[in-house]
Design a protein. Structure first.
Lengths: 243, 451
């Protein structure tokens, strides 16, 4: 039994789990274990309560359109607590559909509009939107590299999405496109950073190929829970998988 | 048959003869194209010649089709079937127009066709099937745009073309209880666990298609066989797995090379490992019984046709017993892992990952496969390789297998096999990695011929 534990909520892990999203938890656990931290994994799904004070990290992955519609409906019941978690600087990784549903709304490929919970200021349109000037009517699929200009870190991954996301005023991109398409193929942004929320279209999954980001988020989660310990030094002392 | 039909059929037959008997190419798509070009209604015109069974679903179609064919033949039926890979409309037309159909002992010939999910509607609009066999629907390769409910809707559109046809489905797959059509619906599945051994639990997180068709709540299971298959029920209403017409009543022995089990209390054996192959056998058993093939004839058909199971290739490399298995998605890879758990001897694993188009260009699926389970096996050593060796190396490292030999270059792969510490070696490879591996083994003289 390790001395330290972080509680991880996997939001709708049984419905929003495409493209290896769970790998993010495998990676986080891999690094945590090496510095003596246990990960307590909990699935939070349809009809379950999400208690903002109970978790140190939240993963919200992507899903198929059908499941996403059902999740979007249920998420409205958790919106207040999710918002509180985010505004209290809780660390959260949202991938693809999860990223979209934290914003105002998303358009599915067939034109159905699905309301997000609007706790963040982006919105998502679909690949058929006439205002798209780049690769309209096509999915954005392929390898992608981005650079975060604040930290200088580069992230590598694979993107596969039809939705096109446009960030709001209060949001920064996770990175600028080095190669690939990103949020919408038009404005050179990929993903989002808002407080301690990281959103992305990266499947890869992002933490497995980008140990620098996994460690950054783990540091945030641990420092928030155990502020007197120098977690960054502990994590710096173990190898980082980045490729 | 009209003159135009006859002409179309004759043209197709001569094209088939030219390709098959003169050029020794197994092509069935060209004759189909020729026939359709001459007479687009060719399929309609020949449908009175036979009964049609359509086999569809995302996994297991080919083996299920082959098994049904053997089972029906064992029951004295003449059977027409399409070669694996010819499961689109052109290949199917080619198969049908070039087959010589004669009735046998007054029994109508049966066409057993593997049909790609997206082609079911086309085929059933031309020929009314007598039966649809639905194997399963799993998420396919991850970089393709395909959702399981969309795939199923395509199949249902095909079923609606033939309301008289029986729909025989895998009852352990919740998705097959969905869909609105008037057909008679029969189910096969597993019932090998006695109620006192049920371990009710919520659907596993890392799968899909686990929503109840009644209210979209997450299903629970009394037991799971693999992935999302098992005896499911809803906790919010009365919905549960439908009654099974045909069921696996016991699983007696699982090994990597064969399985022993009972269906409706008939003991059976198939010469291939993997629980998923028992589902294929179960589907074939069910079709056989629906066509009144006696259970003991089905048993004999399984046992006397061992060669049709030959999809896992065993190769001898300087005394090492090497088995090559193809991996391409999480469900298939988990089945391979489950198979390795039934290996009683010490073994080594060489995992080869490429990400070319034929492999799937997105490697993220490796994170959905449960390599962690291998800790419970007799696995002694791990090696990784392929063009995306780094992804596989990190996947296995994070699964707790830190000690790996890594081969960035497949030209060293034969040496890699030889240096593994065990006599038994499993190689799990994606499609193009397997081709490269075979080329290395061929040039080193361990396998003959091309591919
Ligand atoms: Zn996605």
């Amino acid at each position: 039994m390790a001395d330290y534990t972080i509680a991880v909520a996997h939001l709708y892990g049984d419905l929003m789990n495409t493209y290896g999203d769970y790998g993010n938890i495998i990676a986080l656990t891999y690094y945590a274990k090496q510095i003596g931290v246990d990960v307590d994994y909990q699935l939070v799904s349809l009809g379950d309560d999400f208690d903002a004070d109970q978790y140190d990290f939240v993963l919200f992955g992507g899903g198929q359109d059908y499941e996403e519609t059902i999740v979007a409906h249920d998420l409205q019941d958790k919106a207040t607590e999710v918002k509180q978690y985010i505004e209290n600087d809780g660390p959260l990784l949202a991938v693809c559909g999860g990223f979209q549903l934290l914003g105002h709304y998303m358009m599915m490929a067939d034109g159905t509009k699905v309301d997000g919970i609007g706790v963040m200021d982006h919105y998502t349109t679909n690949m058929h939107d006439p205002k798209l000037t780049v690769r309209n009517n096509e999915r954005l699929t392929g390898n992608i590299v981005i650079k975060n200009n604040e930290t200088g870190e580069e992230y590598h991954g694979f993107e596969n999405h039809q939705g096109r996301t446009f960030l709001g005023e209060s949001e920064r991109a996770l990175g600028t496109i080095v190669s690939g398409n990103g949020n919408n193929g038009m404005d050179q942004t990929e993903g989002v950073i808002y407080r301690n929320v990281y959103g992305s279209y990266f499947h890869g999954p992002i933490f497995t190929r980008n140990g620098n980001l996994a460690k950054r988020v783990l540091t945030t989660a641990l420092t928030r829970k155990y502020p007197s310990i120098d977690w960054q030094s502990k994590l710096n002392a173990i190898p980082t998988e980045t490729f | 048959m009209t003159l135009k039909n006859s002409l179309a059929k004759a043209t197709a037959k001569s094209a088939y003869w030219l390709l098959h008997d003169v050029l020794h190419r197994g092509g069935t798509s060209l004759p189909g194209k020729l026939a359709v070009a001459i007479d687009p209604d060719i399929l309609k015109s020949i449908q009175q010649d036979f009964d049609l069974v359509i086999v569809t679903g995302t996994n297991g179609k080919t083996l299920t089709t082959a098994l049904i064919t053997r089972v029906l033949e064992a029951g004295g039926h003449q059977v027409i079937t399409n070669p694996s890979g010819s499961n689109m409309i052109q290949g199917i037309t080619g198969t049908l127009v070039t087959s010589r159909v004669t009735s046998n002992n007054g029994k109508k010939p049966i066409a057993v066709l593997e049909v790609d999910e997206a082609n079911v509607e086309k085929v059933s609009s031309a020929i009314k099937p007598r039966m649809f066999v639905l194997t399963n629907i799993f998420r396919d390769q991850m970089d393709r745009y395909g959702e399981i409910y969309t795939t199923y809707d395509k199949i249902v559109a095909g079923i609606r073309n033939a309301p008289q046809a029986v729909v025989l489905s895998n009852g352990d797959s919740p998705i097959f209880t969905r869909g609105d059509f008037p057909n008679e619906r029969l189910y096969f599945g597993f019932n090998h666990v006695s109620p006192e051994d049920y371990q009710p639990s919520k659907a596993p997180t890392n799968t899909d298609g686990i929503l109840s068709p009644t209210d979209d709540s997450v299903l629970h299971y009394d037991f799971i066989t693999y992935a999302n298959l098992g005896k499911y029920f809803s906790v919010t209403d009365q919905f549960a797995r439908p009654n099974l017409r045909y069921q696996v009543t016991a699983v007696t022995k699982l090994t990597p090379k064969y399985s022993e089990f009972s269906i409706d209390n008939t003991p059976l054996r198939i010469e291939i490992g993997g629980l998923y192959n028992i589902y294929n056998a179960l589907a074939a058993f069910a079709v056989g019984r629906e066509f009144e093939v006696p259970a003991n004839a089905i048993k004999a058909a399984f046992e006397s046709n061992a060669q049709i199971f030959g999809r896992q290739e065993a190769i001898n490399v300087d005394g090492k017993d090497v088995t090559i298995v193809l991996i391409k998605n999480p469900v298939g890879t988990n089945s391979v892992i489950d198979m390795m758990l039934t290996e009683n001897d010490d073994f080594s694993l060489l995992a080869l990952l490429n990400a070319n188009y034929a492999d799937g260009i997105d490697t993220s699926w490796i994170w959905d496969a449960e390599f962690e389970k291998l800790h419970a096996s007799h696995l002694q050593a791990i090696a990784t390789g392929g063009e995306r060796y780094r992804d596989m190396q990190v996947r296995l490292k994070m699964a707790g297998f830190a000690d790996q030999s890594v081969y960035e270059d497949l030209t060293k792969v034969v040496d890699a096999i030889k240096s593994l510490p065990t006599q038994k070696v499993y190689i799990a490879a994606t499609y193009t990695a397997m081709l490269q591996l075979r080329e290395q083994l061929r040039s080193a003289g361990y396998i003959k011929g091309g591919f």
